[in-house]
Design a protein around this ligand. Structure first.
Ligand SMILES: *Cc1c(COP(=O)(O)O)cnc(C)c1O
Length: 533
């Protein structure tokens, strides 16, 4: 890479003119920066290494500075520093050997698109700062609503662009989508002729309705964003009731039915039942049809957290796994996970186009009643037009492209599961439902006991500690990455079992990469075994 020519510092007025006013000089600097960044991307994107072997604690980087700089740095000098000091130690999420998290390579076309988005700097909080992008966002959301709920043409003709209808919302991610869904659920559950949470507040609304408290029910594998939502909405951690799972990581329906009855007896109002479509831990999918039926019978809001699994609807081969999602009142989908959109793209879809009125707000100076402003009914205020990425993804990848990507990930996961099932040193934990797989390494001395099912609790803990060490060492080396989690509350498994976790979503990851990663783990493990007791 050719070094950047660093210009001598300009006087501040001249410098700001260069920054803001279009000119030949500005154009030249921008072009040099773009070329530089393009080269960096070419060197990094899809490269095999995940990161350097420098530990986080040893990265001093920009910390050497103590205060806001008094004078400016030329943009080329700054960029060059960022790229030399920070970028190499970041995580290469596009690496084919980075198979431990829900973040992966992105299609090329989002890079120029993100440049356009920054240049246009739209704010979709209101029409006055986004105009056509408000229309585009509504259209992208209508596409996704149709994918989930499949309403007819006249429904979308009526509600797609109608200012009083809300088919969905773009959010910064699954956390805010889940919070918004439960916010709507809470306000709906407590709305009565006597009270309205929006006016009376949560405590008084509960009291006027004669409830002791409000609770959310879901499986033990619910994402921790549900706990955040419960805290913010006033439910507290005791307001989230986690039900045990069957051996496939799906909520136990009979335990759920018992809990619903117990809630009724205690005077607890169930504000929502949460079904998970693709648990973060293992990709399990709750029985959505049965959950929907139970929720409907009890007149309880049914929310589906499909942050990870939602895009399976775009696969002809796997969409059936989500059957029942069309009965959900609200559905969370993360665009920045399996839709391969840039980070910061979340969605919440609403079955009832008028449900968002339950959280609607007005402000005289900005959000007037009756306006088409998207900010009236969303938690977030000012926000970028991330819906452009969604709209683009749906056109540039479409059902055909998404279907292929999803099917391939699931196919490779099956391949890896079969490899592990026949492996002498690894133990596959649970059968993968989609493209998340959990397994562990068994030290040679304990293999016999695992095979015979005679592991003592102490030996089980030793295997847990061993897998923690293995995952740490592999991560520290920086060549590849597999994550780790602790499973609990699953029928047939010990109460707390440490597993290695692989997510196969990156299309750059091949069977060869997977095999090499397992070989590497085995090498690390055999070395550890020499010193491990
Ligand atoms: C990732 C995830 C979330 C949280 O989404 P963010 O985009 O990280 O806020 C919630 N639920 C599930 C099932 C997830 O996989």
């Amino acid at each position: 890479m050719e070094p950047l020519y660093i210009q001598p510092l300009l006087e501040i007025r001249e410098y700001l003119r260069l920054a803001f006013e279009p000119s030949a000089d500005q154009h030249a600097v921008e072009e040099r920066l773009d070329r530089y960044i393009t080269e960096v991307i070419e060197g990094l994107y899809g490269a095999p290494r995940v990161t350097t072997d420098t530990a986080l604690g040893r990265l001093s980087l920009l910390q050497q500075e103590e205060a806001v700089p008094g004078s400016v740095l030329h943009p080329e000098a700054y960029m060059s520093r960022l790229i030399r000091e920070v970028v190499p130690h970041s995580i290469n999420t596009s690496s084919p050997n980075f198979i431990g998290h829900m973040t992966s390579a992105l299609p090329m076309f989002f890079r120029p698109l993100s440049r356009l988005l920054t240049a246009l700097n739209q704010n979709v909080v209101k029409v006055e700062t986004s105009k056509s992008f408000t229309v585009l966002e509504r259209q992208a959301l209508a596409f996704m609503h149709h994918q989930v709920y499949g309403c007819n043409e006249s429904f979308y003709a009526e509600h797609g662009q109608h200012p009083e209808s809300t088919l969905g919302m773009m959010t910064s991610g699954g956390t805010v989508s889940n919070l918004t869904a439960l916010w709507i659920a809470r306000n709906a559950a407590l709305l009565s002729p006597e009270t309205d949470v929006k006016r009376d507040g949560y405590a008084l609304a509960l009291h006027k309705n004669g409830y002791r408290r409000g609770v959310i029910l879901g499986s033990s594998l619910m994402h921790y964003s549900i706990d955040k939502a419960a805290d913010i909405l006033g439910l507290g951690s005791d307001g989230v009731i986690r039900i045990g799972c069957d051996s496939r990581g799906r909520i136990d329906l009979s335990k759920l039915a018992k809990e619903i009855a117990a809630c009724r007896e205690r005077g607890d109002r169930v504000l929502a039942i949460v079904g998970i479509a693709g648990t973060t831990e293992s990709g399990a999918i709750d029985p959505l049809q049965e959950l929907a039926r139970m929720a409907r019978a009890e007149r309880i809001h049914f929310h589906v957290d499909a942050a990870w699994g939602g895009p399976l609807l775009l696969s002809d081969a796997h969409a059936h796994k989500l059957r029942g999602i069309e009965w959900a009142d609200t559905v969370t989908i993360d665009g920045h996970k399996q839709m391969y959109l840039p980070m910061g793209t979340g969605l919440l879809l609403l079955k009832d186009p008028l449900a968002a009125a339950l959280i609607e707000k007005k402000a005289q100076y900005i959000i007037r009643g009756g306006s088409a402003d998207l900010g009236r009914r969303s938690l977030e205020g000012s926000r970028p037009a991330m819906s452009v990425f969604l709209h683009a993804g749906l056109h540039l990848l479409g059902r055909e492209g998404y279907g292929y990507l999803l099917d391939e990930g699931i196919r490779k996961t099956r391949w890896m599961a079969d490899l592990l099932a026949g492996h002498h040193a690894f133990e596959l934990i649970g059968e993968p439902e989609i493209n998340i797989l959990t397994y562990r390494y068994i030290p040679a001395a304990l293999r016999e006991a695992v095979r015979n099912g005679t592991l003592t609790p102490e030996e089980h803990n030793r295997i847990n500690r061993f897998n923690e060490r293995l995952q740490e060492v592999q991560g520290r080396q920086g060549e590849s990455f597999v994550s780790r989690t602790t499973l609990s509350g699953i029928e047939g498994l010990p109460e707390s079992i440490v597993v290695l976790r692989v997510i196969l979503a990156n299309p750059l990851t091949t069977e060869e990469h997977i095999k090499n990663i397992l070989d590497l783990q085995q090498t690390i493990a055999e070395e550890l075994e020499l010193s491990f007791s």
